[in-house]
Design a protein around this ligand. Structure first.
Ligand SMILES: [Zn+2]
Ligand SMILES: [Zn+2]
Length: 798
């Protein structure tokens, strides 16, 4: 998890699950047998033979092989001296790369990930390639995806000697269309696609042909750049010009410069309060890396929510930036990958997978909002992009710059122990104050065990009147005042849908998902019940299926209900909602953001999406409808997540000229995360929470892995979890503690029962041992229908 710890404990040389994997710089020996890793969840390689006609491909090259009845792209991981006995070897069908595609450090990073996260090497290597480059290839289309599309482009015309220029102008005098096209081509600063050129200049292709025929213009095929973002600039937020750096910002950039020059491979935490200008530090740090010809990768939690950050980078670096995002088609992704690999763009910005962009060597890796859960991949390999960024920087002698207003406890602990450097931005830019936070307690008198008439009644006020669903009188009044002053408001409720669940008032029945054993959420846009885990969808019932009663009630607020409540309360207000249900279309986040920026929206109701990255000077009020939604989850990070969410959303207020105001409604006004968030007290929260975690044996005090056994049959799963437990206890690994086995909090998901064991260790090596042991024995410990999932450094234990 920590930078130096990773290097010390997990020197990424040999991949333990598969003996005999070489470094890519060594070419394989001749002899014609190679070991191939396939991008499949299989923890071993396969031997193939290379025909005499083919050169033996180097380690790291991609090859096409037959596997079962499929053709697949695999990776050469080593040479094989002796053919396995009794097996008829199949041939390598095609060698896609004459040279290794990955740099030496990229290859070693893949090996390290496979080992650390206990994953097949083929699945780790696959991350370094765009989808089209490793998926199964069909006959006759084997390399279609691997070729960049080319189209005819009009090339820029260089400067001409004045005499020649005058001659050409005269020669074209009788053909106004050709003259116009020729003049336009002289103004180009880069090749432009022929169709675009004709549209813009208003000439036909015949005109270009005529010009080219006279030798006045060049039209040649060039690879096309397919980036929908380039065409969607209209939705990106407008950025204001940047002023001078603050003293704190200057200091931070200076430190990063020194680290870049030292090439020490270290990580540094940039801890800056909301509105302190962290993005500006990233931009300047990237500029510093580029000055000496370096490359930079900028990671953001979700690209759709990072429009303001993308805008800043686009504004500063123009098309020296490739933006990788989920809206790209496979072809577009391949184009971006090829441009990066060819060295055409020195900066890559994107979500966690952008970390594997083929930059060769990353001088700087920025991890924005490093505490965000979106950096964790929830399928094998279950990597955390922040931790892999730290590992990559260590391997390449680069710098990992981790930024947050609310650092994860792990990162803050690493900064405290000296594993990471530590930079702070403690003031907002332009000396703006942090917004005042008021707690609105919804709780009745707290039961203190004494006589409420004696000591409780005088100290604890009656809870405020609730004037509409989700809105107390103070929050409703604050909304009215904000809108009357011409300002904007954000309302956070971290639960989408209309209501949390539907319940029968006669027998207590609650509608549950048939596959997941959790309650279904009520949605009203298109009336239905929806499972937020597996997307199971059914109509709203008219009557209780248990007792036939018709008194069905909905409980628990969702964003749809709050949106409706605000519209009813403030009929003139322009109210919009931002959650998963309203943002499924490409760039819809950016569109809503732009609408806020243009003051086309007065109140934005949303889930945690609105807490991230919004930098809107018009927002004077932030209301938290319920601070408690995550606090009751049976997860050791519940308190940390609540604190982070509250501080982040509060930080959206007061970024303009007016001081911001934040109202937090809660049933738990004394809870430590809520009290600390109201006081903008990160350090106080950190100290308190780290102590709690130490007492319970959770990170950052320990290293953790969650081992989940899942399968269709409950009895078999319980038996398998028991076998895993028994096996580990028999081994008596020193320094390893096992908690469980027990059913997971979400015991049944997508039709599978889930039981888990929690492995706690003081150091990484003992966890390495235990986890690899389990991975290798999965088949003997579990029934064939059951699966073992290993989640190292888990973010959630649900
Ligand atoms: Zn009923
Ligand atoms: Zn479900």
């Amino acid at each position: 998890m920590g930078g130096k710890a990773i290097r010390a404990n997990n020197e990424p040389t040999h991949y333990r699950g598969q003996p005999g994997i070489d470094q890519p710089s060594k070419a394989t020996e001749s002899g014609g047998l190679v070991e191939i890793a396939l991008p499949l969840p299989i923890d071993r390689g396969f031997t193939y033979r290379v025909s005499k006609a083919n050169r033996v491909p180097p380690v790291g090259a991609r090859v096409v092989v037959g596997f079962g009845r499929r053709r697949m792209v695999g990776f050469v991981v080593g040479s094989v001296a002796e053919p396995p006995r009794g097996v008829r070897l199949r041939p390598v069908l095609e060698v896609l790369d004459a040279e290794p595609v990955l740099s030496d450090t990229e290859w070693r990073l893949a090996l390290w990930m496979a080992r650390y996260y206990v994953a097949p090497i083929g699945l780790a290597l696959r991350l370094f390639f765009p989808p089209g480059a490793t998926y199964a290839v069909g006959r006759g289309e084997k390399r279609r995806a691997a070729r960049r599309k080319e189209r005819l482009h009009v090339l820029p015309l260089g400067p001409l000697p004045p005499k020649e220029e005058a001659e050409r102008r005269e020669a074209l005098g009788s053909a106004p269309g050709q003259l116009r096209a020729w003049e336009a081509a002289r103004l180009l600063d880069r090749p432009i696609e022929r169709g675009d050129f004709c549209r813009r200049v208003g000439v036909s292709e015949a005109v270009l042909r005529a010009l080219a025929g006279r030798g006045f213009l060049a039209v040649e095929p060039r690879p096309i750049v397919r980036d929908p973002l380039l065409a969607s600039d209209a939705v990106l937020p407008v950025v204001a010009p940047e002023g001078a750096l603050t003293g704190d910002q200057q200091g931070a950039v200076g430190t990063v410069r020194e680290m870049l020059a030292a090439r020490s491979g270290e990580a540094v935490l940039l801890q800056g309060v909301t509105g302190s200008g962290k993005t500006r530090v990233y931009v300047e740090a990237v500029a510093a890396a580029l000055e000496s010809g370096g490359r930079a990768i900028v990671l953001v939690p979700e690209i759709g929510l990072a429009a303001p950050v993308v805008s800043r980078f686009r504004d500063r670096f123009g098309d020296r930036l490739a933006v990788l995002h989920s809206g790209l088609s496979d072809g577009e992704r391949f184009d971006a990958w090829s441009r990066i690999r060819a060295g055409e763009v020195p900066i890559v910005i994107g979500a966690r997978s952008a970390l594997f962009a083929p930059v060769g060597r990353a001088d700087l890796i920025v991890v924005d909002e490093e505490h965000e859960g979106a950096y964790k991949q929830d399928e094998t390999p279950r990597y955390h992009a922040r931790d892999v960024a730290v590992a990559r920087a260590a391997l390449e002698g680069g710098v990992a710059l981790l930024g947050s207003a609310t650092p994860s406890l792990e990162s803050r602990a690493n900064a405290g122990s000296g594993k990471y450097g530590h930079l702070r931005l403690e003031r907002r830019i332009a000396e703006r104050p942090l917004p005042a936070v008021e707690i609105v307690s919804l709780a009745r008198r707290r039961d203190r065990g004494g006589d409420p008439a004696k000591d409780g009644a005088t100290q604890v006020p009656e809870p405020p009147e609730i004037v509409a669903p989700g809105l107390s009188r103070p929050l409703a009044e604050a909304l009215e005042e904000t809108l009357a002053a011409g300002d904007q408001a954000l309302l956070l409720l971290n639960r989408r849908g209309f209501s949390a669940f539907v319940q029968c008032l006669d027998c207590g029945w609650v509608a549950e998902c048939p596959a997941c054993r959790i309650s279904l959420t009520v949605h009203r846009d298109r009336p239905r019940l929806l499972c937020h885990y597996c997307a199971h969808d059914e109509p709203l019932p008219d009557a209780c299926p248990e007792c036939r009663g018709i008194r069905l009630d909905t409980r628990g607020l969702g964003t749809q209900q709050v949106e409706r409540a605000v519209k009813d309360l403030l009929p003139g207000a322009r109210v919009t909602r931002m959650d998963v249900d309203t943002t499924s279309a490409k760039w819809s986040h950016a569109r809503i953001y732009r609408a806020m920026q243009e003051r086309e929206v007065d109140v934005l109701v949303g889930t945690q999406m609105i807490a991230k990255g919004f930098d809107l000077p018009g927002v004077a009020l932030v209301g938290v409808v319920s601070a408690d939604t995550a606090l009751h989850l049976p997860d050791f990070r519940a308190s940390e997540r609540t604190f982070q969410l509250l501080v982040q959303v509060a930080g959206r207020a007061g970024r303009g000229d007016r001081p911001g105001r934040v109202l937090v409604q809660t049933w738990l006004p004394g809870q430590s995360a809520i009290v600390a968030a109201a006081g903008h007290d990160y350090e106080g929260f950190y100290r308190h929470e780290v102590e709690q975690r130490r007492g319970l044996g959770y990170p950052p005090a320990t290293r953790l892995a969650n081992v989940v056994v899942s399968g269709p049959d409950e009895e078999s799963v319980a038996g398998g979890a028991g076998a895993v437990d028994h096996y580990l206890r028999e081994r008596r690994l020193p320094g390893l503690r096992i908690v469980g086995p027990a059913p997971c909090p979400l015991e049944r998901l997508r039709g599978r029962t889930r039981h888990h064991l929690l492995l706690k260790a003081d150091g990484a090596p003992v966890l390495d041992d235990a986890l690899w042991d389990l991975a290798r024995r999965e088949e003997t410990l579990l029934a064939s229908a059951d699966r073992l999932e290993i989640d190292r450094d888990p973010l959630s234990l649900l």
